[in-house]
Ligand binder design. Structure first.
Ligand code: ADE
Length: 228
C-alpha cells in the first residue's frame, strides 16, 4: 500500500514514521510511506500556501490552487488510483472500522489541514473525504494524519507479530466489547495478585473469565457499546 501525506510540516513526521509498527510496516515492504511538503507547491515568490477567507472570518485557509496541484502531483507519481482524505474536525469519525477499510486500499493521500481549514473547492475537485480523529480541535492535521497512518499500518497483513493480534483489540472484537484487564509477571506486586484462573491453565475457564471481564469493563466505561 502507498500512503502519501501532504503537509506544511514534513519534519514533524520523521520520529513517528521511523519507529515502531509504522517502521515495521515499511521494512516488510507492505507500506510505502511518503511525506510531501506542501510548501513546494506554494504560489508566488514567497511560496504562499494560505490566504484570508472571503466574507470575513477568523484565521487563514489553505488555498485550493496549492493543495489541488500538490495532490495531483501525488496522483501522477503513483500508478494506482488514490483515495484522498482531508483531516478536519468537521469530518466523519475515524474508527477502527474505517481504519480496516482504509488498510484494504492500494493508495491513500492524506492532506494534513492547517490554519482554520481548507478552501471547500479542494474537497469538491478531489472528491475527498474529510475525516476527524475526535471531537476536539487540534492546531493542525499532522497529528491526525499520524494517528491514521499508525492505525492503518498495523492492520496490513504481516505487520503485527501474528495476524490474530489485531482481532482481540478493543473495537475490533466481533462482539464490539473492550478488551478486559491483562497481567504479566510478577504474580504478586504490592498487595495485588494476578487472578488465579489465569495461571491454572484451564483454557475454557480463562476464556469465560476474559469474556466476563470484557463485558464488565465495557458496561462500566463505554455503555454506548453495549446493546443489551
Ligand atoms: N484538525 C484539527 N482538529 C482535528 C481533528 N480532531 N481531527 C482531524 N483533523 C483535525
Amino acid at each position: 500500500m502507498v500512503i502519501q501525506v501532504v503537509t506544511l510540516f514534513p519534519e514533524m513526521f520523521s520520529g513517528v514514521f521511523d519507529m515502531s509498527m509504522v517502521k515495521r510496516a515499511r521494512l516488510t515492504g507492505r507500506l510505502d510511506l511518503r511525506v510531501i511538503p506542501l510548501r513546494a507547491f506554494g504560489v508566488g515568490i514567497h511560496r504562499q500556501t494560505d490566504d484570508y477567507p472571503f466574507g470575513g472570518a477568523v484565521g487563514m485557509l489553505l488555498r485550493c490552487d496549492v493543495v489541488v496541484p500538490a495532490v495531483e502531483w501525488c496522483m501522477m507519481h503513483e500508478k494506482t488510483p488514490a483515495r484522498v482524505i482531508l483531516t478536519s474536525p468537521q469530518g466523519r469519525s475515524f474508527t477502527q472500522r474505517l481504519a480496516l477499510h482504509l488498510s484494504r486500499q492500494d493508495h491513500l493521500i492524506i492532506v494534513a489541514g492547517h490554519y482554520e481549514g481548507i478552501d471547500e473547492r479542494v474537497r469538491l475537485l478531489l472528491q475527498a473525504d474529510e475525516v476527524s480523529i475526535g471531537d476536539y480541535v487540534l492546531t493542525g492535521g499532522e497529528l491526525p494524519a499520524m494517528v491514521m497512518v499508525d492505525a492503518v499500518s498495523r492492520l496490513l497483513p504481516g505487520v503485527l507479530g501474528s495476524d490474530d493480534s489485531a482481532k482481540d483489540d478493543s473495537f475490533s472484537r466481533a462482539d464490539g466489547w473492550l478488551e478486559g484487564p491483562q497481567y504479566t509477571r510478577p504474580v504478586q506486586y504490592r498487595n495485588l495478585s494476578v487472578p488465579d484462573v489465569l495461571r491454572q491453565g484451564n483454557h475454557r475457564a480463562i476464556a469465560e473469565f476474559r469474556e466476563e471481564m470484557a463485558r464488565q469493563r465495557t458496561r462500566a466505561r463505554r455503555p454506548d457499546l453495549v446493546s443489551d
